[in-house]
Structures are given as structure tokens and as C-alpha cells.
Design a protein around this ligand. Structure first.
Ligand SMILES: [Zn+2]
Length: 133
């Protein structure tokens, strides 16, 4: 396990810092991911680390930006260390859908496929269990 896991997980209140998945309903600890990927010279310092669920970490991979269809521009991804989640995303409790309300939010929802069928099904279950948002 990543040596920074305990600190990073506590700081994140045991939630994925991208999709807000609650770690406590999973049967395996979430992952410590590099906001600026190591492949792009991101360092393993606490300011560059975030807690991520498997789905978000896999889909984010070494990406740091994506194309926003609304602004027609390349926009950087959400950075949990500098951006406020609630200012960039909204949750529709009836459908479980997460919507990006800023260019950063939109690009992050799209690239991380936050509304993929498996994500929506799980999120609806968490909402029912009062574990989300
Ligand atoms: Zn996630």
C-alpha cells in the first residue's frame, strides 16, 4: 500500500476525490493517485496526491486535461488540492448523475466517465444507503 495512504485517505474523508464514491462501501482501499502524473514529472508529495476510486484512477491515468465541447477549448481536469468539488459538480439525486457545472467539471465528468452505467447504478445504491453524496 502507498506509504501516504493513511494521510491521504483521512484528508479525503475516505471518499474518491473525483466522483465522491464512499470508500467504506468497497471491499478494498481506494488508491493514492498523482494529480500531476509521475509520467509528467509529478512528485509523490502530499500536495500532488489524491484519493481515487479504481474507476476514476484508471480513466484518469496520465491525463491532465481534456476537450470541453461547450467552450471548444482544452481544459485542465479537476484538481482536488486547489478546486472546490461543489463549485464544479452537481448531483442529481433522482438519477445519480453527476453534472459538471464549470468547464473543469464538464471535462472531468466526461474523461472519467462518471456517468457510465456501472457508476450510475452504484451511485443510486449509495444514495439509497445514505452514503452519497
Ligand atoms: Zn471515483
Amino acid at each position: 500500500m502507498n506509504p501516504h495512504y493513511e494521510f491521504v485517505a483521512e484528508r479525503a474523508e475516505h471518499r474518491c476525490e473525483y466522483c465522491r464514491a464512499p470508500e467504506r462501501v468497497f471491499n478494498f482501499p481506494f488508491e493514492v493517485e498523482h494529480i500531476m502524473p509521475r509520467a509528467l514529472a509529478g512528485e509523490s508529495e502530499l500536495q500532488n496526491l489524491a484519493l481515487a476510486c479504481r474507476a476514476c484512477n484508471l480513466r484518469k491515468s496520465i491525463r491532465v486535461a481534456g476537450f470541453d465541447d461547450v467552450t471548444q477549448a482544452e481544459i485542465r481536469l479537476f484538481n482536488p488540492r486547489q478546486d472546490d468539488w461543489a463549485a464544479n459538480f452537481q448531483v442529481e439525486l433522482a438519477t445519480g448523475e453527476v453534472t459538471g457545472v464549470t468547464p473543469i467539471g464538464r471535462v472531468t465528468v466526461k474523461l472519467l466517465q462518471m456517468n457510465a452505467p456501472a457508476q450510475l447504478a452504484a451511485r443510486l445504491q449509495w444514495i439509497q444507503w445514505q452514503s452519497f453524496p
